[in-house]
Design a protein around this ligand. Structure first.
Ligand code: PMP
Length: 362
């Protein structure tokens, strides 16, 4: 295993070992150029192939056609929070937001700064333990779009349905569950993800957008914050984060090799079930944060009886090479992030450890 631990970090996060090895083998001499991919021009034919293949593979995995465009942007998912209202909440219309956790709230706050944010639904009262249901989402009459965060990395909740918006464009932050399962992606006008969880190193934001949605980006906003700057120039208006895109391309090819999104979904469901079963069969020793019907397949959050026991759990887990499972401070307890690249054996090792720890600490 090349001295690698089981890495349950929330992001930056685990990447497939095969992908890392392949990148390592190409590092000094990419494609017989005598240079690394970091050292070649982003206008060279060698780089062009990497860039276009990554785009094509992502679209193929998502089952999307020519009416969608893949963009590579910088500034993280957080920059999308600001770009979305700038580009789409126009002519007095409002951005509608479902608040289901920290990042959807941050996205809403960026719209608020621009004076165009409306809360269309929220699970804050329930400490973000659940995803609001369809009948709890109320769009304003002047809605320019509905923004949702499909998987809530911190709270460990995930949508298990696509909200019906009756023609209002749907926008989703999929930073922590992008390419983890098939969905009818054609129901979304724009999907975005900081790639540092499921798809590559930090520094690339993947945006998949309906071309018609960004045809007429407003011209009174900065060039780099306008979506159609990226679509018109194949995401090469300026120097793109080329090494990151190269890695995203390798991860997309790896997902294809695994059997695509359906195969990923099956594997991810098996992995998540190991941990949720460990929680549910623990007689209350482990308490899941998320309501059962809103549980995430990517981030599994749970608490133990007290903080002392939680600290002991983290320390002992680490001795077993189970790393990165301390939860976010706003939930406390544990969070095991089990993205695409986390092998079944890693999750099995954690589930076995949970059982053993429970027996020793009852
Ligand atoms: N959205 C979600 C769901 C996230 O998990 C994160 C990062 N943890 C962000 C947005 C923010 O992403 P970035 O750090 O790329 O700005």
């Amino acid at each position: 295993k090349a001295n690698r631990v089981y890495n349950f970090n929330p992001g930056p996060a685990i990447l497939p070992l095969e992908v890392l090895k392949e990148a390592q083998s190409e590092l000094l001499n990419f494609n017989n150029s005598g240079m690394s991919v970091m050292e070649i021009s982003h206008r060279s034919p060698e780089y062009d192939e990497v860039h276009n293949k990554a785009k094509a593979d992502i679209k193929e995995l998502m089952g999307l056609g020519d009416d969608y465009e893949v963009l590579f942007i910088q500034g993280g998912a957080s920059t999308e929070f600001a770009m979305i209202p700038m580009n789409f909440a126009l002519d007095g219309k409002k951005g509608n937001y479902v608040l289901s956790g920290s990042f959807s709230t941050k996205a809403y706050q960026e719209a608020e700064i621009q004076g165009v944010g409306v809360v269309a639904g929220s699970s804050k009262e329930n400490n973000f333990r659940n995803i609001p249901k369809q009948d709890e989402i109320k769009l304003s009459a002047d809605a320019a779009y509905l923004h949702i965060c499909y998987n809530n990395t911190i709270y460990g909740t995930e949508y298990h349905y696509i909200p019906e918006t009756h023609g209002v464009p749907l926008i989703a932050d999929m930073s922590s569950d992008m390419l983890s399962r098939p969905l009818d992606f054609s129901r979304f006008s724009l999907i975005y993800a900081g790639v540092q969880k499921n798809l590559g190193p930090a520094g690339v934001t993947l945006v998949v957008v309906k071309k018609s949605f960004i045809e007429n980006s407003p011209e009174n906003i900065p060039t780099m914050l306008r979506y159609n700057t990226y679509s018109k120039k194949n995401s090469l208006y300026n120097t793109p984060p080329a090494f990151g895109i190269y890695m995203v391309g390798k991860v997309a090819a790896w997902i294809k090799k695994q059997g695509g999104l359906q195969a990923m979904a099956e594997k991810n469901a098996q992995k998540a079930a190991l941990l949720y079963d460990a929680i549910d069969n623990s007689n209350g020793f482990y308490k899941g944060h998320a309501d059962k019907d809103s549980r995430s397949f990517m981030n599994v959050t749970f608490r133990l009886a007290n903080e002392e026991l939680e600290a002991k759990f983290v320390a002992e887990a680490k001795k077993q090479q189970l790393c990165g499972i301390k939860g976010h401070r706003s939930v406390g307890g544990m969070r095991a992030s089990i993205y695409n690249a986390m092998p079944y054996e890693g999750v099995k090792a954690l589930a076995d450890f949970m059982l053993k720890f429970k027996e020793e600490n009852l």
